[in-house]
Write a protein that binds this ligand. Sequence first.
Ligand code: FES
Length: 86
Amino acid sequence: MASRQLTPFAVQVVQGKRYYWCACGRSQHQPFCDGSHEGSAIRPLVFVAERNEYLWLCGCKRSGTPPFCDGTHKRLSPDEPFGSEM
Ligand code: FES
């Protein structure tokens, strides 16, 4: 299983399908939610794919345009906390 990372995930999505992007960084099924946020105030971000395509989904959990990567990860150091560690 993929874990969170300081780079984006390239994910193929299906038009009309609902996705739950992990916002806490705890999921073991990145970049998607596996319920590991339970017990925290953080909830997954829900989105519906507009078309069949590949998307770059944020892995660092610091994007200003979640669930999509906006390049913020390029300014983070490898030891900087992210996700629920913030
Ligand atoms: S992985 Fe690019 S902004 Fe988070």
